[in-house]
Design a protein around this ligand. Structure first.
Ligand code: A3P
Length: 302
């Protein structure tokens, strides 16, 4: 019998239903604390469906806040710089992690990451009228990225085959639930709250323009020199080589970058390398139905 390596012995998490949204079992344990979380008026939230470009946006926001100082941005890994509010891990093999505890202990001004669908956002965040940056990515690329992330990250549920994963994604039976409800819910919420709604595809098309939008939203004036520095340092190529942003320092033994690196491709339309023609037709038809009640439009290619 072959020796079992750490990654073979890890049991992947099961999902539990939390108000209609599948979350991990440990997250269910601390759900009350998440809902009672006390926001502060000067908090900034980065909200996304998983794999929509969270880490990229976190780096952009941090670089803006640090006025382009790369040394300051390298003070810690992305995972440790910004608490991941609803994330909770109680037991090994992952390190213990409580997003709520980390956020509570953090001095203001805080920048906090969430993947929650809009209806599950802790009420205090709305009450304090906090700034929220939401990033959305087209469904097909988002799903491809999520599939590879499940393969490489043993903290995620078993993805099954690509065909099986497509079915799960379309029916919303994945961690953080339905992509369709997520992007539509936040799209609606932006008319009532302080939400900057961005698209991954726009960020790829013209990062400078989108970084400027974020800076304006955060009420930060950036010189051209600093802006250019941020564009460069938040490019896929630079972030892939940066140990503070590429997730090689966190989740060691949990994330296996040899299966699929966290910084995988970072492009628009990689879905074309994954979907069969039949799959694409089925997906499009279902997509049309699910997205018929929104004005939200995505670009599937540039
Ligand atoms: P791919 O798997 O398609 O490559 P998140 O941070 O929300 O988990 O999203 C991860 C996705 O964003 C991955 O997509 C990753 O490669 C991509 N990404 C990370 N940094 C990026 C950057 N600077 N530019 C473009 N894409 C980036």
């Amino acid at each position: 019998m072959k020796d079992l390596s750490l990654k073979d012995t890890i049991t992947r998490s099961e999902l539990v239903d939390m108000e209609g949204v599948p979350l991990t079992k440990p997250m269910g344990i601390t759900w009350d604390q998440v809902q009672k979380f006390k926001a502060r008026p000067d908090d900034v939230y980065i909200a996304t469906y998983a794999k929509a470009g969270t880490t990229w946006t976190q780096e952009i926001v941090d670089m803006i806040q640090q006025n382009g100082d790369t040394e300051k941005c390298r003070r810690e890994t992305t995972y440790k710089r910004h608490p991941f509010l609803e994330w909770f891990v109680a037991e090994p093999p992952s390190e213990r992690y409580s997003g709520v505890e980390l956020a509570n202990a953090m001095p203001s001004p805080r920048t906090i990451k969430i993947h929650l669908p809009v209806q599950l956002v802790p009420p205090s965040i709305w009450e304090q009228n906090c700034k929220i940056i939401y990033v959305a990515r087209n469904a097909k690329d988002n799903m491809v990225s999520y599939y590879h992330f499940h393969r490489m990250n043993k903290a995620m549920p078993e993805p099954g085959t690509w065909e099986e994963f497509v079915e799960k994604f379309m029916s919303g039976q994945v961690l953080w639930g339905s992509w369709y409800d997520h992007v539509k819910g936040w799209w609606k919420a932006k008319d009532k709250h302080r939400i900057l709604y961005l698209f991954y595809e726009d960020m790829k098309e013209n990062p400078k323009r989108e970084i400027q939008k974020i800076a304006k939203f955060l009420e930060k004036d950036l010189s051209q020199e600093v802006l250019n520095k941020i564009v460069h340092n938040t490019s896929f190529e630079v972030m892939k080589e940066n140990p503070m942003t590429n997730y090689t320092k966190d989740f060691q033994g949990i994330m296996d970058h040899s299966i699929s690196p966290f910084m995988r491709k970072g492009v628009v339309a990689d879905w074309k390398n994954h979907f069969t023609v039949a799959q694409n037709e089925k997906f499009d038809e279902d997509y049309k139905r699910k997205m018929s009640d929104t004005s939200l439009v995505f670009r599937m290619e540039l």
